[in-house]
Design a protein around this ligand. Structure first.
Ligand code: PXP
Length: 239
């Protein structure tokens, strides 16, 4: 099982002040050192977190690989062809959303997506589609030429009790179907330290992409050391 670490929210903290820190480039090195199989980032149309500069530098320096999450727009296809990430994940994107809501409607825009995927494939960039755990979306992904599907785990992550079990079943069935159809199967969105285990146990899923929860935990694990370091600088200055 591979883990792609999504570093978007390192950039969110930087953008909150428009300063140089924390730099997602430095964070990517640490993720790789800890065993991440690749670095995932979403370059949004509104550039709310990751900037093109981040992608440009990371394309040069990342040793493992880059999963570029992007909308299927002409602008983003041009950017993907320029930086040639290890693979691209096509996601739906709305300006007003807090995070990616729901999967890509592959079945509903097959013609346009076929063109986008063909263009990316010609440039040597494999494509993953980020979809709801539904057979129709998996079959449509095969038809348009995707090689990977990433199953959206958001409904599972947001559910409780019996509904959570039902959502887990949907993911299991979809993973089996996608794997049977010859696709590589990933999953992600909303996965946390509390809910990851049942998804990680699904044998057909080869890769998880996790962001917000890891960045959140990193802040908590690092907080004491960060305060101690600052206090030591302050005390040193007063000596
Ligand atoms: N996978 C995809 C396709 C995503 O769009 C996102 C969020 O950018 C993630 C995984 C990671 O989601 P989270 O930040 O909730 O772990």
């Amino acid at each position: 099982m591979r883990l792609g670490v999504n570093i978007d929210h390192v950039a969110t903290v930087r953008q909150a002040r428009g300063t140089f820190e924390p730099d997602p480039v430095a964070a990517a090195f640490l993720c790789e050192r800890a065993g991440a199989s690749h670095i995932t980032m979403h370059l949004r149309e509104d550039r709310r977190h990751i900037q093109e500069r981040d992608l440009a530098i990371l394309s040069e320096v990342v040793a493992t690989g880059i999963d570029l999450e992007m909308a299927a727009t002409a602008e983003m296809v041009t950017i993907a062809k320029k930086y040639e990430p290890t693979f691209v994940t096509l996601v739906p994107e709305k300006r007003e959303e807090l995070t990616t809501e729901g999967g890509l409607d592959v079945a509903g825009q097959a013609e346009r997506l076929t063109e986008v995927i063909a263009e990316l494939k010609t440039a040597g960039v494999p494509v993953s589609t980020f979809i709801e755990p539904e057979e129709a979306q998996i079959d449509a992904s095969v038809e348009i030429g995707a090689e990977i599907v990433e199953i959206h785990t958001g409904s599972y992550a947001n559910a409780t009790g019996d509904e959570r079990e039902r959502q887990l079943e949907r993911i299991m069935t979809a993973a089996e179907h996608a794997s049977g159809a010859g696709l590589s199967v990933s999953a992600g969105h909303g996965l946390t330290y509390y809910n990851v285990a049942p998804v990680a146990a699904i044998p057909e899923i080869e890769e998880l992409n996790i962001g917000h929860s890891i960045v959140s935990r990193a802040i908590m694990i690092g907080m004491e050391d960060a305060v101690r370091e600052m206090l030591s600088l302050i005390k040193e200055a007063r000596r």
